[in-house]
Ligand binder design. Structure first.
Ligand code: SAH
Length: 314
């Protein structure tokens, strides 16, 4: 897999693909992502709740499931703080897009926090339906809405949103340039863009690619979690620079998410976890089987949990 390139194709490959092949690969990837989340979201919600992303931990003490849920909220808060999103009545976000929204946990949280209007998009029809149902049940139906749509071709006009939010969806995007270009297009002048995502480590000077044993770990994760080729945090920064975005900042939060996967594995191995996995189906089971590789990838420093933020010029 071409792990160093950005905007690369959707699956491991050695030969050059034609545009038609490339399109076919992307359609296949999108179908896989939709089916994976259609199948597994109910199980995740049942065990972990409405946020389908890592928690942010201040230490790696042993923590209870309820602590993991607060750690997921902390992740949202840390991301907002890192990007200096203002709470000020005048400056706080009023329109937000949640790109790759899962079942809408971030959207509902942000809508409540800022009193903002929030639109979420996901590839999974099951997620969009559940996200809308939860919004209605929480009395937020007039503030937030969810639909099935592609992040690489968003159904929104230019310059609509003053906060553009992508929490752990970037790793699914087969064309990173298209991804960040769409985030930029829908951002209003002066808007903040927040990308929290899985990256591979930055390459060292002189390195052209990751080492074969590193690529092997990532390839296995890719096929089970429906991910295309990975890129590095530095690749994202370069892409944002190429789009003339401002105040570009990034950080490696890998250390802050370390307790997450051991906890997910523990819940997957519980009676409730095993029975839910078996009920959800093969895609979820395959996903569960590569979880130890996430831990290995972090330990070997090949996987990085990154935040990248910037502002669209006024
Ligand atoms: N941000 C959510 C969910 C993260 S899971 C949360 O933190 O709870 C990844 C999400 O990205 C899923 O909802 C998946 O459908 C979405 N996704 C992946 N590729 C996408 C694409 N091309 N367009 C829109 N959504 C996408």
């Amino acid at each position: 897999m071409a792990t160093t390139a950005v905007g690369v194709s959707a699956t491991p490959m050695t030969e050059k693909l034609t545009a038609a092949d490339d399109d076919q690969q992307q359609q296949k990837l999108k179908k896989g992502i939709a089916e994976f989340y259609d199948e597994s979201s109910g199980m995740w919600e049942n065990i972990w709740g409405e946020h389908m992303h890592h928690g942010y931990y201040n230490s790696d003490d042993v923590v209870e499931l309820s602590d993991h849920r607060s750690a997921q909220i902390r992740m949202i808060e840390q991301a907002l703080t890192f990007a200096s999103v203002s709470d000020d009545l005048e400056k706080k976000p009023k329109t937000i897009v949640d790109v790759g929204c899962g079942i809408g946990g971030s959207s509902r949280y942000l809508a409540r926090k800022y009193g903002a209007e929030c639109h979420g998009i996901t590839l999974s029809p099951v997620q969009a339906e559940r996200a809308n149902a939860l919004a209605a049940a929480q009395g937020l139906a007039d503030k937030v809405s969810f639909q099935v749509a592609d992040a690489l071709n968003q159904p929104f006009p230019d310059g609509k949103f003053d906060l553009v939010w992508s929490m752990e969806s970037g790793e699914h995007m087969p064309d990173k340039l298209k991804f960040v270009s769409e985030l930029t297009r829908v951002a209003a002048p002066g808007a903040t863009i927040i990308i929290v995502t899985w990256c591979h480590r930055d390459l060292n000077p002189g390195e052209k690619s990751l080492r074969p044993e590193e690529e092997k770990i990532l390839n296995k994760i890719c096929s089970s979690f429906y991910l295309p080729a990975w890129c590095s945090t530095a690749d994202y920064v370069k892409l944002l620079e190429s789009l003339s975005l401002q105040d570009i900042k990034s950080a490696d939060w890998s250390g802050n998410v370390a307790p997450f996967w051991p906890a997910v594995i523990k819940t997957a191995l519980s009676w409730k976890g095993i029975t839910s996995l078996l009920r959800s189906g093969w895609k979820s089971i395959r996903g569960a089987m590569v979880m130890p590789l996430m831990i290995e990838g972090f330990k070997k420093d090949v996987i990085k949990f990154s935040i990248i933020t910037c502002k669209k010029p006024e």
